[in-house]
Ligand binder design. Structure first.
Ligand code: F6P
Length: 491
């Protein structure tokens, strides 16, 4: 797309496909994200449609980049490749903080993942009211930018809980657009969702219903959203075989808002290629030396409260206590890389992960056996190396929209090794697609998780390989390009 042309396909998300760091002498360095949305949107570019990705400047480097570009258009100032047009929104840091840390990550994330210790939190007082104002302003900034960038009747795909208000705000500005919203998180059942004060619950649901089409990762999350609309303000939900929809006069449009389910999987060929590069080989050699010929249980997560890392470590300790035959014969590789460190809950959780790991090493370690290898710094190549030697993958979230690691490990273990068993939480979205070939656990049940780890380690190798092959096929069945194309088609 050239000059001031408007876009016919627009994507909006809090975190964009590129981030910047600025050196002391003012030089900006761009780092491109490798996620599925990036490759998905690139594939849309191939059909010649004008497109743009609208996202927030999240760091000082990002803000500096946005300031240097007229209208925040990085592509027009040559800061990103013209094949990936990006408009970076320079939202003031206080508003961003209230919207991102306050409402999105501390309130909506905690609601959808059901993370609150409710005797103490949440408590909606004056501080929460200011954060809500920030969230509203931040959503408005996105709606304004999208309205400005969109060609007549363009299709707009809004991503996630950060931008729940955008569909309705955008429809008010530009009724000609076709608007979709996709939730990458789970959705809470009505009793839990309605912890939110009514004006916030109303605004979130109404904001989303302003879209023509709402996408969710599983039917369970889609139905929970619909149930919330029914309970909160008596919307009419149609769960019928001809397609799901919600009708309400709060949506701001006459036609029902259609609801669709789009599971998201892995771009398997590109991940397998990435996992075979030399930097992964180097890290594999180091890990191999540490584990020897022992079996390996692997987990890789953001250090995220919903990932349930501490109970996973407790289950490993329980395995070593109740099934002592595994002592000296298994190593647990746990990578828990940093996330949302601005929030005290995440800092505390990281400390709990580290101290629980130390207790396991102190209790079980011997001079010639290190039972647990924990790393808390992000190293994608090292994660892929761990995938290659996994005998068992442990994915035990309290609640998770999908969990791509549950798909990635079987894909890599199947392509490059003897295959792995998967111990999987029934509360992960991935359960809907992988449940049959996984060993399924209740994430709160430490004893049950330890038993499942034992069963996976003891599983006949042929059966493990066969299950892993089916898990890998299911994990690769819905690549990101397809996921995006399906939603654009639905619009
Ligand atoms: O599931 C929601 C999500 O936006 C994911 O797409 C992503 O993995 C995660 O949250 C990242 O969160 P943040 O941008 O806060 O690091």
């Amino acid at each position: 797309m050239r000059g001031t042309e408007k876009a016919s396909v627009l994507l909006a998300s809090n975190r964009g496909p590129v981030s910047f760091t600025s050196s002391d002498d003012g030089v900006l360095t761009a780092k491109r994200g490798g996620g599925g949305l990036v490759s998905g949107l690139s594939s849309v570019a191939a059909d010649g449609a004008g497109q743009v990705w609208v996202c927030a400047a999240l760091s000082d480097g990002d803000r500096e980049a946005a300031e240097r570009c007229p209208g925040g258009r990085l592509d027009r100032a040559g800061l990103v490749d013209s094949s990936m047009p990006v408009r970076l929104l320079d939202i003031d840091p206080e508003t961003l903080h209230g919207a991102y840390n306050g409402v999105a990550n501390s309130t909506l994330w905690f609601i959808q993942h059901m993370l609150y210790a409710t005797p103490f939190a949440p408590a909606f007082g004056q501080a929460a009211a200011l954060e809500w104002d920030a969230y509203t302003a931040y959503n408005k900034a996105f709606a304004d930018a999208l309205a400005d960038e969109a060609a007549p009747e363009a299709r707009v795909l809004v991503q996630d809980y950060h931008l729940a208000l955008v569909p309705k705000l955008l429809r008010d500005l530009r009724p000609d657009l076709r608007i979709g919203h996709f939730s990458h998180t789970p959705w809470a059942p009505p009793d839990y969702f309605r912890i939110l004060p009514d004006h916030i619950a109303d605004a979130v649901l109404e904001g989303m219903l302003g879209a023509d089409y709402l996408g969710f990762l599983t039917e369970r999350w889609a139905r929970a959203f619909m149930d919330c609309c029914v309970r909160q303000f008596g919307a009419q939900a149609d769960y019928g075989p001809a397609g799901m929809s919600v009708s309400s006069d709060r949506a701001g449009h006459e036609t029902p808002t259609r609801i669709g389910v789009h599971g998201l999987g892995v771009d398997a060929p590109s991940m397998i290629e990435r996992a075979s590069r030399s930097d992964v080989d180097d890290r594999l050699a180091t890990l191999r030396e540490a584990v020897g010929d022992r079996q390996v249980i692997v987990r890789v997560d953001r250090t995220e409260l919903s990932k349930n890392i501490v109970r996973g470590l407790d289950a490993y300790a329980d395995l070593l206590r109740r099934y002592p035959e595994w002592r000296g014969r298994v190593v647990h590789i746990a990578f828990a890389y940093p996330s949302r460190y601005d929030l005290p809950e995440y800092r505390d959780y990281t400390a709990a992960v580290t101290s629980t790991a130390k207790e396991i090493s102190d209790e079980f370690g011997t001079p010639d056996w290190q039972p647990l290898i924990l790393h808390v710094e992000d190293d994608f190549a090292r994660s892929l190396a761990a995938y290659r030697i996994a005998d068992v993958a442990l994915v035990n979230p309290i609640r998770d929209g999908m969990n791509l690691v549950a798909k990635e490990i079987p894909i890599i273990a199947s392509a490059t090794g003897g295959g792995c068993g998967l111990v999987l939480s029934r509360e992960a979205g991935a359960f809907a697609e992988l449940g049959e070939d996984a060993l399924v656990v209740n994430p709160y049940d430490i004893t049950g998780t330890a038993d499942a780890l034992h069963e996976a380690l003891a599983m006949d190798r042929d059966e493990r390989r066969a299950r892993c092959g089916r898990l890998a096929a299911a994990g690769a069945a819905l690549p990101p390009q397809q996921w995006l194309a399906d939603q654009l088609a639905a619009l």
